[in-house]
Design a binder for this molecule. Structure first.
Ligand code: FAD
Length: 402
């Protein structure tokens, strides 16, 4: 927690959540690495019950909706704490992709959808997923899309092939991005439609193996075929043609959430690195931490994490004050910068541990596999760097069309 950004609410909450993370969550994390599906899911459920009983549930939601009513800047700092273990966000029901879907449904879903899907999602009774990316089209240019939704009578008939629909395995519904008006201008062609996963034609092909691990349940990424999948016309989120607008809106706070999570991961990795450096006996009367290379890594990691944290909180503050659009460049900047900090710190922490670093006896290897995607999803590094550079070069009169 940074004094400059600490509110009374956060000061009261932070040490209590910190204790919860250290005493309840971290001791459980090895079961995520080694447990069976049942063990992992039962364990997560127990943690959720505990988090609820301690009054930590859904911190980003307004108090009248069962949350803690935190601002983005407050939630960002709590989020860093929760990220010290892969279980933190799930335990408090503030994990992606559900958090983004909750925000979307709250603002744009019809009342009957809210009742049937949003309420149980907020209560943690069901999970959800977000289905936009397709194997046959470059996700970096999201206006290209093969999935269509055609209105027949009062039903949308959806056909298409998606992949990397995270957490679809076991989810109760997907929010699907599909072209609803091919003749419209590119940014008004698509819409978001809520599809219950038990709808005939929702076919989960597989959980895609990633770096040797297909995962399951919440921790998985699915390939899905929508084959004549029919849902009621009223399952549209917002209005037809609003798909890209809503996707942008969903991504703004989502990127802040990811970045703060990555800072928490970096902090834990640095902590593990320092513990190892201070304790590993090199046999010549020195510890690993006496070596200058290790000292450089520790110092450089400390400096980059501190810098990243201030950058993210500044972006969150701007979003809280001026909205997502105004903070667009700050968000692009932190998206690639913080992902790089995290991957660099994780790599150093693994190297400091030697062979132990790549084993599943530590959480580092889990993060190394699962967080590599940070440089790809929600806009690859290169796209965010291009946006930032173009806006800087505009000040120098460079024609952006060239
Ligand atoms: C772990 C993970 C979870 C995900 N979860 C979801 C999810 O829940 N729902 C969902 O719909 N999608 C999800 N995605 C998909 C993600 O949004 C896409 O992977 C992303 O948009 C990139 O699209 P692509 O994979 O098609 O890569 P492409 O668009 O084919 O790009 C490939 C590479 O080209 C380079 N590149 C792209 N554009 C430019 C440019 N302008 N300049 C220079 N280089 C460029 C980048 O290096 C990029 O990595 C997830 C992805 C990952 C890795």
């Amino acid at each position: 927690m940074i004094e400059l950004f600490a509110t009374d609410k956060l000061k009261e909450l932070y040490p209590r959540v910190q204790r919860f993370v250290q005493e309840e969550l971290i001791p459980m994390e090895m079961s995520l690495l080694h447990g069976t599906r049942n063990e992992v899911e039962d364990g997560l459920e127990r943690l959720r019950i505990k988090a609820k009983s301690l009054g930590f549930w859904a911190p980003y939601l307004p108090e009248n909706e069962g949350g803690l009513g935190l601002s983005l800047v407050e939630f960002a700092q709590l989020s860093e704490l929760l990220a010290m273990t892969p279980l933190g966000h799930y335990a408090l029901n503030c994990q992606a992709p559900d958090i983004g879907n909750i925000e979307l449904l709250e603002k744009y879903a019809a009342d009957n959808l809210k009742h049937a899907f949003l309420e149980p999602l907020i209560q943690g009774k069901i999970r959800s997923c977000f289905s936009m990316t397709e194997p046959d089209f470059a996700g970096s240019n999201p206006v290209q899309m093969g999935t269509t939704a055609v209105l027949q009578g009062n039903e949308w008939v959806i056909n298409g092939h998606k992949w990397f629909t995270s957490s679809a395995d076991g989810a109760a519904f997907a929010i699907v991005m599909a072209v609803t008006d091919p003749a419209a201008s590119p940014y008004q062609r698509a819409s978001m439609i809520l599809v219950p996963t038990d709808t005939p034609g929702f076919n989960l092909v597989r959980n895609i193996p990633i770096m040797g691990e297909a995962g399951f349940g919440y921790v998985s990424h699915a390939e899905i075929k929508y084959e004549n999948c029919r849902v009621p016309g009223e399952n549209i989120i917002g209005k037809p043609g609003m798909g890209f607008l809503l996707a942008q809106e969903r991504l703004g706070p989502g990127r802040i959430h990811h970045c703060m999570r990555w800072i928490g991961i970096s902090e834990r990795a640095l902590d593990l690195m320092c513990q190892r450096a201070a304790s590993r006996d090199m046999g010549d009367g020195t510890k690993l931490g006496h070596k200058q290379t290790i000292q450089n890594w520790i110092a450089e990691s400390r400096a980059s994490i501190n810098a990243a944290r201030y950058m993210v909180l500044h972006a969150a503050h701007k979003m809280d004050q001026e909205g997502t659009k105004a903070a667009r460049l700050e968000i692009s900047t932190i998206k690639f910068f913080v992902a790089d900090v995290m991957m660099t710190v994780l790599d150093r922490a693994i190297q400091t541990h030697g062979a132990l670093g790549i084993t599943d006896d530590l959480v580092l290897s889990w993060w190394y596999r699962h967080e590599r995607g940070a440089r790809i999803y929600d806009g690859p590094d290169e796209v965010h760097k291009a946006s930032l550079a173009k806006s800087i070069l505009k000040n120098y009169g460079l024609n952006q069309g060239s």
